[in-house]
Ligand binder design. Structure first.
Ligand code: CP3
Length: 357
């Protein structure tokens, strides 16, 4: 039914096996910086209209792979599909980012939350995964994803993006049991969501803990890391070489690499506020590392980009006993709409060229 995988660099790197060169993919590799994305979005009408239509989600997932020599595809969707399916009513106000019609504000609202059914309420996501696998036809592996419980809780309680996380931090201080209750049910939903994506054909899974870094260490361990650990422990993902790898990405969470490496996940993703040399020392060969070029590097010249790519690759090797094995190249966070697609081609080729064994 599905073709054998023709490019397994990404999966091999996550298993810390030898590869011919370092694999690379980019967070937000499908998006507004591509003119073909903007054209598809204009005809679909809206971002959610695209994400909820499996044919369009598939088309947009494949767009960056037609242009660039990327080593993985990532499902085109959003982390907020899960709270949307839990009844919060996701919408995008023009120019304001994501918002919820029904944010979770009290214990009564938390008590009403339940894990959504993956093959009904989130069927459009699973249909997209199945279709993308078929259309990829073994070209590169497909990554499925979810938000972390803490990051999803931030949006669910704040009702949208936030500058100070005042509501959720007040809840953490004043009603910690209520917040834990919410994080428990969201963790159950994340585990069910990732399992369903795996069953539908996702070949690797990434959890985005985008807002883990807004917490101090004690609160990070209590409200974010504890639930990441539960996901890594409880998510059934197979054995041996066929095991579906799990990557835990966090923004501003480089100081916790050793703890994240002890979670049982196969990969840890870091941003550019830690060197990969330090991250690799902290990981001590227990996990693969993913990252961590500052996305703003793409505003530099092709020569500057090539130079910075080399520094990231060499920094990883310096912290990993001189070996490039166990590194997946990525940005430290997502791409922005005003980035130049030609610079992305320079980046991808520089990664492969500089790391060729
Ligand atoms: O990486 C990829 O190419 C896969 C697709 C993907 C999207 N969102 C598409 C998207 C992924 C993995 C996400 C995850 C996501 N969504 C995160 C975690 C990763 C991160 O970036 O930290 C978060 C925090 C969200 C929530 C979200 N969705 C925000 C804050 C926004 C607004 C962004 C903006 O710049 O307006 C979205 C919308 C969104 N999700 C867009 C895309 C391509 C922009 C949609 C558009 O207007 O066309």
């Amino acid at each position: 039914m599905t073709s054998p995988l023709r490019n397994d660099r990404f999966l091999r790197a996550l298993r810390r096996e030898p590869v011919d060169c370092t694999p690379v993919w980019l967070m937000r590799q499908a998006g507004r910086y591509l003119p073909e994305y903007r054209a598809t979005r204009a005809s679909a009408g809206s971002f959610l209209g695209m994400a909820k239509n499996p044919e369009i989600a598939c088309e947009v997932t494949l767009q960056p792979l037609r242009r660039f020599d990327l080593d993985a595809a990532i499902l085109f969707s959003d982390i907020l599909t899960v709270p949307d399916a839990m009844g919060l009513g996701l919408y995008f106000a023009d120019g304001e980012g994501p918002k919820f019609h029904h944010p979770v504000r009290d214990a009564a609202a938390i008590a009403r939350l339940a894990v959504p059914d993956m093959e009904t309420e989130l069927r459009y996501v699973m249909d997209a995964v199945r279709l993308i696998r078929r259309e990829l036809d073994g070209k590169v592996p497909l990554i499925g994803f979810s938000g972390s419980p803490w990051t999803l809780a931030c949006y669910m309680i704040e009702g949208g993006g936030s500058k100070d996380y005042a509501r959720i931090k007040a809840m953490a201080l004043n009603e910690p049991q209520a917040l834990h209750k919410l994080l428990e049910v969201v963790t159950d939903a994340v585990i069910a969501y990732l399992s369903a994506q795996r069953a539908a054909g996702a070949q690797a899974l990434q959890v985005f803990d985008t807002w883990g870094g807004v917490l101090g260490p004690a609160m990070y361990r209590e409200f974010s890391l504890r639930y990441l650990n539960r996901i890594a422990r409880e998510l059934e993902r197979g054995e041996g070489a066929g095991r579906t790898p799990l990557i835990l990405f966090g923004k501003g969470t480089g100081q916790y690499v050793a703890e994240l490496a002890a979670s049982g996940a196969e990969g840890v993703g870091v941003d550019w506020t830690i060197t990969l040399e330090d991250a690799a020392r902290a990981a001590a060969g227990k996990v693969a590392l993913q990252g961590n070029l500052d996305p703003a590097t793409l505003y530099g010249s092709p020569e500057a980009i090539t130079g910075e790519v080399g520094k990231v690759l060499d920094s990883y090797a310096a912290g990993n006993g001189g070996s490039r094995e166990g590194h997946v190249f990525n940005l430290g966070h997502g791409m922005s709409p005003d980035m130049n697609p030609e610079h992305v081609a320079v980046l991808v080729d520089a990664v492969h060229r500089h790391s060729r064994r």
